[in-house]
Ligand binder design. Structure first.
Ligand SMILES: [Zn+2]
Ligand SMILES: [Zn+2]
Length: 439
């Protein structure tokens, strides 16, 4: 008798991760948001359910701000395991940087905010698929998209707010969490990135593409051996000369070679740029005997403008700031104080200090504008939901979130809170008006 094979049952839909084995691999945060959206639950709901199921403490309020789900830390592993178990989709750790935990220092720079590439979102839509977040966007030392050579913005060009990508209870990847504007639209943030930034992004892209085919966790000893080989062959075994080559302190190189220290991602990129060995080869310790000596790569100054020598905050004379603040205060277009500070190349705090009263007026105007926009957006959503509910009821169906989502464009529903209650209100209103018309 033939045995029937059934796919294993899972608690949540087994969504397929996007782009595994390519530089465009999806991030775990993106997978998480897609799982939540496919079950019509908010990300907060899903977070609480996972915590409850795994017996963890309730997630903190600022979870998305403080947690890097796609990083190298334990939290990435815990969520990858929990989601694997609940969806029956294996190897979700490939959507994180966890594989590199032994060979990249954990104190490597992490991105402060959720960033994206507008061109990648546009490309997703043009190819008829749901936009998703790339793992590469959550790598701290990367500021560009290798594919499009564009900078990665972190603020919505419509409302100017950061956290627009996924800092919300209901996330629709590709649309601003606050104002619902499409993040893939051609915008100023589409500005092209310097070649050195694109080079770094390409190196990390190769790393992400390779991680699906690496069977064991890369070992720190292999990396140290690889570094020793580079020091021997390129600089005659002199670690001080090697340190000079890569623009690092000689005690740092000594620490890597003699004391088991692990370089940060930025340091690995420095080494790759000045030795001609790719980032993947450095981190896996697979360095050919014939080491290419690369001189065509970007210079250290281009790759890592020394942070100590970075220009100090721009100082402007107070009359200039005063005039600009007056202009902004009287303008019809509201901007946030952060945006005003950015335009004047000073810090927000500095602006409050030197122009406190005007800053407060600008902040109040911005808050009122935000409130007005969100009210307009909500009214638009209410009208669209009412029309959708009427349509669903006229077809003899029960209005629910899934049905409504099929009829109302994502940009109208995106970022609106309390959609369930709005559907119920619309149903009650329509039922009431019908029973009044048809006695
Ligand atoms: Zn891109
Ligand atoms: Zn926005």
């Amino acid at each position: 008798m033939n045995e029937l094979t059934c796919p294993p049952r899972s608690l949540l839909y087994p969504l397929e991760p996007i782009g595994v084995g390519t530089a465009d691999v999806e991030s775990l945060a993106s997978f998480f948001c897609r799982v939540a959206a496919s079950h019509c639950v908010s990300s907060t709901d899903l977070l609480h359910r996972i915590s409850k199921m795994c017996g963890w403490a309730a997630p903190p309020k600022n979870f998305w701000k403080d947690t890097n789900l796609s990083g190298m830390g334990d939290v990435a592993e815990r969520y990858a395991c929990a989601l694997s178990e609940m969806t029956s989709v294996e190897h979700l750790d490939l959507l994180t940087l966890r594989l590199w935990r032994n060979v990249i220092a954990h104190r490597s720079k992490a991105p402060a905010k959720g960033r994206w590439c507008a061109a990648c979102f546009e490309e997703d839509l043009a190819n008829g698929r749901m936009p998703y977040f790339r793992l590469a966007w959550d790598v701290g030392d990367i500021d560009a998209c290798a594919k499009h050579g564009a900078r990665l913005p972190d603020a919505c060009s419509d409302c100017g707010r950061t956290g627009a990508r996924n800092n919300a209870a209901c996330v629709v990847p590709g649309w601003c969490c606050y104002c619902g504007a499409p993040l893939g639209r051609v915008q100023a943030a589409h500005a092209s990135a310097p070649a050195a930034e694109t080079w770094k992004a390409a190196q990390v892209g190769q790393l992400l593409a390779a991680q699906a085919s690496i069977s064991s966790v890369p070992d720190r000893c292999n990396v140290t051996e690889g570094l020793r080989k580079l020091v021997d062959e390129l600089d005659g075994g002199k670690s001080a000369r090697f340190a000079q080559r890569i623009g690092a302190n000689k005690s740092t190189v000594h620490w890597w070679l003699q004391q088991g220290g692990v370089p940060t991602l930025a340091a690995h990129l420095r080494i790759a740029s000045q030795t001609g060995v790719s980032l993947v080869a450095l981190l896996t310790g697979v360095i050919d005997d014939s080491i290419p000596i690369l001189r065509a790569g970007p210079s250290l100054a281009e790759l890592f403008p020394d942070y100590k020598k970075r220009a100090s905050p721009h100082r402007r004379d107070s009359t200039d700031i005063d005039a600009k603040m007056d202009e902004l205060r009287q303008s019809d277009v509201a901007v946030s104080v952060s945006e005003a500070a950015r335009r004047m190349k000073v810090r927000r705090r500095q602006l409050y200090r030197v122009e406190n009263e005007k800053s407060r007026v600008i902040a109040a105007k911005w808050t009122a504008h935000q409130r007005h926009c969100s009210e307009q957006h909500r009214l638009e959503a209410v009208r669209a939901i009412e029309a959708a509910v009427e349509d669903i009821l006229s077809r003899g169906k029960a209005p629910n979130l899934r049905e409504v989502q099929q009829l109302v464009p994502r940009e109208v529903l995106g970022g609106v809170r309390g959609v369930f209650a709005m559907i119920q209100e619309a149903s009650a209103k329509i039922e009431a008006s019908r029973s009044a018309t048809w006695p």
